[in-house]
Structures are given as structure tokens and as C-alpha cells.
Design a protein around this ligand. Structure first.
Ligand code: SF4
Ligand code: FES
Length: 372
């Protein structure tokens, strides 16, 4: 038997996905320069309605999905968020609310808790108003986030902080960890900025230096040891400075699916940047059929699509050739080896370019304006 066909990541027989990320809306009060939403945003009128999402959640649970991430944009921009949470809970899903906190009130959070939210993931743009309000491009956002974190703690909901790190705030990493502890977070994601969606526009403005990336890895290792049993630190290192890429999405079409505000089902949040992929909609196909058979999910599932050096590499089932969207963005070919891999023949040029960007003065941010 072909080893790829027997693999859990096989294109022919995918295992059930573990998680579904529901991009409920692209509307958002913040304007972060590293927004991972697509450059073309979906208008409010095109969003799935409450029943449409409830149907997606039931189908996801039937398919074997365990975790639902309610995301955006800002999910609190949806007036029916409480109904959506209740529908997800009725379907038997574990419900994680990914929020900036803006748009939540104490009363609303209580209603969401009553509707069945299991966990809150709050974004943190900085450890004080100066950085947080600047990055979110929203005055008062830091104060509101701190309030929301307090309400989450009062309600006894588990809290994860999501801190996106870049050249402007890496210096605050120790304070970021301290703040997470003070807020009672059980987990913090220290995620070096990823250059998808709008973030690619601001790459030079956000790219950390090699020294910052090295120091962050050292600090995280040290803090993990010190905080064992108190707080978990998930760490997304700066992959541009690593030897090998990450297994983006755990391998294409292997563990999760994303549903856009209008109901298109994507293998990852940036998949629409890849030209020629055909995405199926929940309006036209059952979710199970989309997962198994849709052209977009089959395109890079498993390893048969790989080119050299990935196709004969001993790590191909470890990192699946890295990120398809990054390969497209950097190499112009989504099936190419991700250029952040040191075995890619484009790697040296990429490293030279990012070192030059990181060492040059940071240009101004190009702000995105999302529909509100
Ligand atoms: Fe991963 Fe491909 Fe690099 Fe091998 S050559 S380490 S499979 S990205
Ligand atoms: Fe699309 Fe990595 S973001 S595969």
C-alpha cells in the first residue's frame, strides 16, 4: 500500500476535522496592521444569518468537530451572538469566543456565559494604552480590554490572552506575561506576527529583528519553566528566522476548516489568496462533502502534490512543506516549498530581504479600515 494513502493526512480518506473556525463577520472596531482577514472583506448583507450558522454548527458536530472557534472580525459585532453560542452548545460543541473585547458589556458577557460559552480568548495589542490603542487604532481599547478580562474572571470563565508580537512590542514580552498572570489567564498565546492578509502589506513595519526573535524564544523557555502549573504559554516563533517551517493548519485539510462570513468553506483563513482554488459554499453542499471532496480541500491534502525538495524530504509528514499561502506569497507558487524552509532554493534571498527590512527604520503602518 502507498504510505501516503495510509497516512491520516491522505487526500483520499481524511480523518474528521477537530475544529471549525467560524468567521461570523468581517466587521471590526479595530484596525490592526496585522489583520489576518482577507484584503477583500465581506459586507454585512452577505453574512450567513442565525439559522444558516446554526445549521453549519449541527453539521460540524455530525462530522466529528469538537471545538468551535467563534471569530471575525469581531464576533460581538453580531447582534445574534448569544443565539449563535446557544445553537453551538445545543449542537454539542465546545465554544471558544475569540474577541477583542470591544462591543462586550458585562451584561452581554453574562448572557453569553448563560448561553454556553466555554472559553474566552481575548486579544492583547500591548501592555498599556499607548501601544494597545496605537496598534488597534482605537482609543480606549486597552481600558475596555482590562474591564472585559475582569468580567471574564468574575464569571469564572477560562481566559486565554492572545498577544501578537512584532518589532514594536517584543521588548514588552516580560510585562505581557506578567499582565496575563495578573488577569488570571490560564493560557497565553505569544504569537509572532504572521504575514497573511493585511499583515503582508505591513511586513517591513512589523518584521522583528533576528535578535528579537532569538531573545523571545529564550524568554519563553525560561518563563515556561518558571510558570509551570500556573499558566500555559503557547508560542508561535518567528518562522522567517527558523530553519524549518511550521506545519500550517497541521497539514492542509487535515484538522480544521474555516467558514467565511458568507459561508464559503476554506482549508485555512488565507486560502482565498491562492488563485484557481474552487471553494464550495454551505449553501450548495453538505459540510461533510465539502470536507472530503471539495477541490480546495483536496488540492494540497496529504503529500502527493509536493515538489522537490519536499517530496523526497524526511520531514514532509512533519511540516507538510510549510504554509501554502506563504509559498504562494513568497514564491508565486502555492505548491512550492515554503521559502522559510532552509532547504528551499529561495530561502537565502528571503532571509536577506527580511534582515534588510528588520534592520531598516520601520515605515508607517498602512491601516486597514474594516466595515463596522
Ligand atoms: Fe519541510 Fe519541505 Fe523543508 Fe522538508 S524541504 S523541511 S518537507 S518544507
Ligand atoms: Fe494558508 Fe498557511 S495560511 S496554508
Amino acid at each position: 500500500m502507498n504510505a501516503h494513502a495510509a497516512s491520516p493526512s491522505s487526500a483520499a480518506s481524511p480523518r474528521a476535522p477537530l475544529a471549525l473556525l467560524a468567521e461570523l463577520t468581517h466587521r471590526c472596531p479595530l484596525s490592526c496592521p496585522y489583520c489576518s482577514n482577507p484584503v477583500e472583506l465581506t459586507a454585512r448583507e452577505a453574512e450567513l444569518d442565525t439559522d444558516g450558522w446554526a445549521d453549519v454548527f449541527r453539521q460540524a458536530a455530525d462530522l466529528g468537530v469538537l471545538q468551535l472557534h467563534l471569530s471575525g472580525g469581531e464576533p460581538a459585532s453580531r447582534r445574534d451572538l448569544e443565539d449563535l453560542v446557544a445553537a453551538a452548545r445545543d449542537a454539542g460543541l465546545y465554544v471558544n469566543l475569540i474577541t477583542s473585547g470591544i462591543g462586550l458589556t458585562r451584561k452581554r458577557l453574562e448572557a453569553l456565559d448563560a448561553a454556553g460559552v466555554d472559553h474566552v480568548q481575548l486579544s492583547l495589542q500591548g501592555v498599556g494604552p499607548a501601544m494597545a490603542d496605537r496598534i488597534g487604532h482605537y482609543r480606549g481599547s486597552f481600558t475596555r480590554k482590562m474591564e472585559v478580562a475582569g468580567w471574564v474572571a468574575d464569571l469564572g470563565l477560562p481566559l486565554t490572552l492572545n498577544a501578537v508580537m512584532h518589532r514594536h512590542n517584543f521588548k514588552d514580552l516580560p510585562e505581557t506575561l506578567d499582565l496575563a498572570l495578573d488577569l488570571g489567564a490560564r493560557r497565553i498565546e505569544v504569537a509572532t506576527v504572521q504575514f497573511h492578509g493585511w499583515a503582508a502589506t505591513n511586513r517591513a513595519a512589523l518584521m522583528p529583528t533576528r535578535e528579537q526573535a532569538r531573545e523571545a524564544s529564550r524568554l519563553v523557555l525560561e518563563a515556561r519553566e518558571k510558570l509551570k502549573g500556573r499558566m500555559v504559554i503557547d508560542y508561535v516563533p518567528a518562522d522567517h528566522h527558523a530553519r524549518f517551517p511550521k506545519a500550517c493548519m497541521g497539514g492542509w485539510g487535515s484538522t480544521g476548516l474555516n467558514v467565511t462570513p458568507e459561508g464559503l468553506v476554506l482549508p485555512c483563513h488565507a486560502a482565498q489568496t491562492i488563485p484557481g482554488l474552487e471553494f464550495w459554499s454551505v449553501a450548495d453542499h453538505p459540510l461533510a462533502e465539502i470536507w472530503t471532496d471539495s477541490p480546495a480541500f483536496r488540492a494540497y491534502r496529504g503529500t502527493d502534490w509536493m515538489q522537490e525538495p519536499c517530496s523526497s524530504c524526511e520531514r514532509k509528514l512533519v511540516d507538510f512543506g510549510g504554509c501554502r499561502c506563504q509559498a504562494l506569497a513568497l514564491a508565486g507558487d502555492a505548491a512550492a516549498t515554503d521559502p522559510v524552509c532552509s532547504r528551499s532554493d529561495r530561502h537565502a534571498d528571503l532571509v536577506a530581504a527580511i534582515d534588510a527590512e528588520a534592520d531598516a527604520p520601520a515605515p508607517e503602518f498602512v491601516w486597514r479600515v474594516a466595515p463596522r
